[in-house]
Design a protein around this ligand. Structure first.
Ligand code: ZN
Length: 512
């Protein structure tokens, strides 16, 4: 086995001890030695002079949709467009290269950025696309606008909850469209998307990811595509399947860590479908939708715990999160505290948790898989959370409170909902928009590295110490970033090499 010695670097090990490290040796996919005197490591086969560059553990993205991220990279991207007209113009320009039967698949519109938040209608999409089948996914994936030609292919959609005559679909109506979308996408589409997304991750220093697949997200073949592309690319994948009581799916799907991820206990704030205990500030009498009650949630947690896998839910509003906390107490009563704790169950987003729910999750070792860029994009007194929730925007994404209560955090992007961009996420977590909820750079970095491994049930990765997996990134910098905005902008493009289990998965051209 090749013994590689990296010397003359600045190492951010992620260890609390803070012992200085300027050299590291790797053998057989593991870190075998760290220290300050490279001569203390005998007879390496290869020596790399880092010339004072920064080395850190590689990032883990604990919540990503790999195929959808690739679709955004390769397809029609509506992120950041500033009006309904701009969306329609982009669709019109895009279809000029397409055949009349081609599906138009677009992601990322966000009407909260528009001066007039009126959505495009099916009729307007028909006109912009020359009558094609069009699917415009909202940035949060919880609602979409579709054209008449697409709707016409799903008989009975008009009767389903979440359907509107003007082309807006959510909930059951949205779910009814997914098999059709899978049928209409060309062969090899998922593989191409997964490959593009994985390349992008590796180039940003992300060495591991948690793919949040599920029957409400895409077909099983998407999951298989991600698994085979990740094996080929060398990134470490952890796979979740968001199916309620989907125990029968497990044998068929293979390498699944849990029936978790985007198994939705509610919707989103942006789509006003997150389940709240009080009315939406901008829609009196409306409190969103809880999709599963505490008994249904408890059945799932108990079933997963008994089978030795993780349970987890997408949850955003305080009503949905309270339901889940109640369910965890039911599971605890049935199985005992330690049995539940040992499984490291997890919650995705967990944005508006009540103090009681936080206490429950701390007691039962439930991990909060959170997205700092949600606060970065939508937090503060003047953005989407404030528009939908009024003063309650200040209760969203309470990272400081969660950590202080003893809840473990894992950071993710929810890409394509927010971009793959770990350093900007760290900046957002440190400079939280709610006063008092920011966390330290070291805590934020840990949540985006070792926190993600922990949430996947893996304890031998995420720091740079002997015995750990050799999973690290080398940056064209001489210090750990101070996480100011300008410094973050600078560090993003500076990834030189990403290594996962000793294998190089990305190397910037011209580095060697
Ligand atoms: Zn998600």
């Amino acid at each position: 086995m090749t013994r590689i010695l990296l010397r003359n670097g600045v190492f951010h090990t992620g260890l609390a001890s803070g012992e200085p490290v300027s050299a590291m040796a790797v053998e057989g996919g593991r870190i075998v030695w760290t220290g300050t005197d490279p001569d203390a490591f005998a007879s390496p086969d290869e020596v790399v002079d880092l010339e004072g560059r920064l080395v850190t553990p590689a990032f883990v993205d604990a919540h990503v949709h790999v195929v959808e991220t690739g679709e955004q990279l390769l397809g029609l991207d509506l992120v950041g467009l500033s009006s309904r007209e701009a969306v329609l113009e982009k669709v019109a320009a895009y279809v000029t290269d397409l055949g009349p039967q081609d599906l138009v698949l677009a992601q990322g519109w966000d009407e909260t950025l528009w001066p007039d938040p009126t959505l495009p209608t099916a009729t307007e999409l028909d006109r912009a696309s020359d009558g094609r089948k069009v699917y415009l996914n909202r940035i949060d994936g919880h609602s979409a606008v579709v054209s008449t030609a697409l709707m016409a292919q799903v008989p009975g959609i008009a009767g389903l909850p979440g359907w509107a005559a003007d082309g807006r679909v959510e909930r059951e109506a949205l779910r009814a469209l997914l098999p059709l979308l899978a049928d209409l996408t060309p062969a090899g589409h998922a593989e191409r998307g997964a490959r593009a997304a994985l390349q992008s991750m590796a180039s940003l220093g992300i060495g591991a990811f948690h793919d949040n697949a599920g029957p409400d997200i895409g077909p099983e073949s998407d999951l298989e595509a991600v698994q085979s592309e990740a094996t080929a690319a060398g990134l470490h994948g952890t796979y979740y399947w968001g199916a309620h009581l989907g125990f029968g799916d497990l044998d068929r799907l293979g390498d699944i860590s849990g029936l978790a991820g985007d198994l939705s206990a509610d919707g989103s704030i942006g789509s006003r479908s997150a389940a709240l205990t009080s009315d939406y500030a901008d829609l009196a009498g409306h409190r969103g939708h809880a999709y599963l009650d505490p008994e249904q949630l408890a059945d799932h947690i108990i079933g997963c715990t008994r089978r030795g896998i993780q349970a987890g839910f997408h949850c955003i509003g305080d009503q949905a999160i309270d339901n889940i906390a109640e369910a965890f107490r039911l599971a605890e009563a049935e199985l005992g505290t330690e049995t539940v704790r040992a499984r490291r169950h997890r919650l995705e987003h967990c944005e508006l948790p009540s103090p009681t729910a936080i206490k429950t999750f701390a007691d039962l070792g439930v991990i909060a898989s959170v997205q700092p860029m949600f606060d970065g994009l939508w937090g503060g007194p003047e953005r989407m959370y404030a528009a939908r929730l009024g003063e309650r925007w200040q209760e969203m994404n309470p990272f400081r409170t969660l950590l202080d209560a003893g809840v473990r955090l894992a950071f993710g992007s929810d890409s394509p909902v927010t971009p793959l961009d770990p350093w900007t996420a760290l900046h957002a977590a440190v400079h939280h928009r709610t006063p008092g909820q920011g966390i330290t750079p070291a805590e934020a970095f840990a949540a985006h590295t070792v926190g993600g491994w922990y949430a996947a049930g893996i304890d031998d990765a995420g720091t740079l110490a002997p015995g750990q997996r050799a999973t690290y990134a080398i940056w064209d910098r001489t210090a750990f970033p101070d996480l100011t905005s300008s410094d973050v902008a600078d560090v993003i493009t500076s990834c030189l090499q990403t290594v996962v289990g000793g294998r190089t998965v990305f190397e910037k051209e011209g580095v060697r």
